[in-house]
Design a protein around this ligand. Sequence first.
Ligand code: M6R
Length: 598
Amino acid sequence: MCGIVGIINSKDLKLKAINVLNKLEYRGYDSAGVSFLAKNKIKTITEVGKIAELSKSLSSDSYSSFESVIGHTRWATHGIVSKNNAHPFSNQKISLVCNGIIENYNELKLKYLKSHKKIIESDTETIFLVLNELSKEIPDNKKLIKKLVSIIKGHYAFLIYFSNTQEVFSLKSGSPLSVGKSSNGIYFSSDSSALNEYVDNIYHLKDGDIIRVLGQDTSFLNSKNVNFEPLKKTSNEFSKGDFKHFMIKEIHEQPLVIKNTQKYYDVDYFLDFRNKLKDVSKELDSFVFVGCGTAYHACLIAKYYFEKYTDIDASCEYASELRYKKISSKKRSIYVFISQSGETMDTLMALKYVKSKGYNTIVVTNSLESTMVREANITLPTYAMKEIGVASTKAFTCQLLALANLSIEVGLVRKNINKKEYLQLKKDLRNIPAKLIKILKNSSYIEKVVNLLSSSKACYFIARNIVFPIALEGSLKLKEISYMHSEGFAGGEMKHGPIALIDKDVLSICLNPKNELYEKSVSNCEEILARGGKVIVFSSKSLGSKKNLLEILMPKENYIDTPFIYTLPLQLISYYFALNEGTDIDQPRNLAKSVTVE
Ligand code: M6R
């Protein structure tokens, strides 16, 4: 996590740095800071909280006597949220910012900083002090940087400035960093899309890269031929439009982005992909789906789709577990990694691990410029457009769409479904946007739900079969943006323990699509009502009116579109409840959009 920016040899430094940092704020918002840089001069300003706080603290000075700036927005890993732990760490000689974790910082502290009296809380501050110590013996900055790289262990991206020579070094190992050039300077950013306005060409640093910038010159200390590519630009990504929050804007964008993504799959992507699949999927034993958080819930849905439309085994793994698990290299499996950002550390490390065992890998991602795209054998893109709200909404439903399409393509190739069934399923997928528009229009129940949530001490989401992962997702959405205690349960599990939680102050939200398990799901509702619990049921078939029951009717579903239909209202109720609670919806406490540390 954390976002770093560097603008070297340019003008309007304050404006540009704040602009880029605002776009990187989704990566962490515990504190922020900038160092303005010139020959023998460094001016550092840090603030606890968001970029807006930092912006206020920057004086009316335009900082025009400086040539460059480096900046940082932090998601705290080591050391509390404080001004002291905010980046950049600087003195009049060196200033540095880091995104990542230095795993051996305690070891380095003992070796190089024994005489230091100050309590050092953070890994980055340790590196800053170590670098200062080493600089006493190694006056050549290039050699100094190489020495630093040889002693640190971890995942990181650094920007380091030396005021004596005005050199800037960028180092990368594990954490993302891109560099762009223009006639107005050299720009670094953790996310290349934050540089859209400033550069046309970009280079995504590779692990082990060290770039030295001096004036307008960039030299690569470890590689010679580096290709800058055109930066793919999209407009309006960072604007809320008429909406109050990115999250609600992104919820409302779902019909459009699903339509666009499906169109791309229909007329382009899968025509070619089917050929690729023919080679791999006929010989396979299993598909393994891997992700974290919301993306893991998409993995669970993929398993239901694969079980329904193919004869191939499907399983799911949390990336954070898989990366430390023993996996056999004998099974004929394909691993599918799901990640909105394409940068989540656990997912990326699991991908690299699986690749090292010789498996084929697919990444389903919304970020075509991401590290996972560069690592995986095959990319299955989603076109959700940039998702800014920390709570994933449209990226999730686009992941479901990608996985639904993948499952029916595999089913067709393996002859588990026939062409007629396949075409009908495709049609059902194309009809999803219309159903979602209907749900968005009919939101009169929201106020009642918000009132019920407000008067409850906890909320449980209960569902079976393909909507069970949606119960987990609904619960994650609610807890992450409103901080209300919530869990998701499989309906059949209630009697095995969770029903003990039910009392009059607890709200249960049941998802009951009209499928073969409908009656069983109805029994779950009845059992909760019989114990004095309050129930909201989302269903396409009415249960009739009952005391303590609020029924919300959903459009008729098919198996393939069920997860989409039941996701949308849960996103809406979480949003409106959080709005009522007054929480910071787009940037909930303790979270960040991309979890790029372990
Ligand atoms: O970028 P990714 O899809 O890899 O992110 C995975 C999770 O961190 C993410 O889905 C997280 O759970 C969201 N905040 C949930 O809304």
